[in-house]
Design a protein around this ligand. Structure first.
Ligand code: IMP
Ligand code: MG
Length: 182
């Protein structure tokens, strides 16, 4: 009996793992230059940024600590305020630390805009953002991102930590899912 084709074959590769790893290494070198002589605290936004964090972390030759925060955006940024609910807060205070928020993808900008304001109010010594992917075409709220891996077209992507209904996070490449209404 012929085996049915795995669903992943419908996905189109946008960014290969090796290409992503090279770009992550470049970002790490840039961060090392910017924070020379300092300690750095990475705040990973769960769950999508976990693979980016893991790769970035292992490339950084700096004293570095990590923490995790999880948010749920009420119906994918449907509120004009862009308000998001923190479903898991940081374990540690960020007061007086050099913090970089590590995010998988910047889409409308609502999530990062809101989180940035919340974390800024906790008085870090500095606060920057690193996003692996950026979809500028869908921006609703402007937000300055300090480190960007790749700008990508207005398509729904999965893999390298990103999901579609919790699937595909384990794919090594970033792939486009055809026909997803964002
Ligand atoms: P924003 O608030 O619209 O910028 O949404 C950012 C969040 O939406 C990201 O952290 C992702 O979890 C999710 N997201 C946006 N675009 C995509 C995509 O193409 N694939 C998977 N998740 C996405
Ligand atoms: Mg997600």
């Amino acid at each position: 009996m012929a085996r049915s084709r795995p669903k992943t074959q419908k996905l189109k590769v946008l960014l290969r793992h090796a290409h992503i790893r090279r770009r992550v290494r470049q970002i790490a070198r840039q961060i090392e230059r910017d924070y020379r002589g300092e300690s750095l605290h990475l705040v990973c936004i769960l769950k999508g940024a976990c693979i980016f964090l893991a790769d970035l972390l292992r490339e950084l030759r700096l004293p570095v600590s990590v923490d995790f925060i999880a948010v749920s955006s009420y119906g994918k940024g449907s509120l004009p305020s862009g308000e998001v609910r923190i479903t898991k807060d940081l374990d540690q205070s960020i007061e007086d630390l050099h913090v970089i928020i590590v995010e998988d993808i910047l889409d409308t900008g609502l999530t990062l805009n809101y989180l940035y304001r919340i974390l800024q109010s906790r008085k870090p010594r500095s606060l920057k953002i690193a996003a692996l992917l950026d979809k500028p075409a869908r921006r609703v709220k402007e937000i300055a991102v300090d480190y960007v891996g790749f700008q990508i077209p207005d398509q729904f992507v999965v893999g390298y930590g990103l999901d579609y209904a919790e699937r595909y996070r384990n794919l090594p490449d970033v792939c486009v899912v055809p026909a997803v209404n964002q």
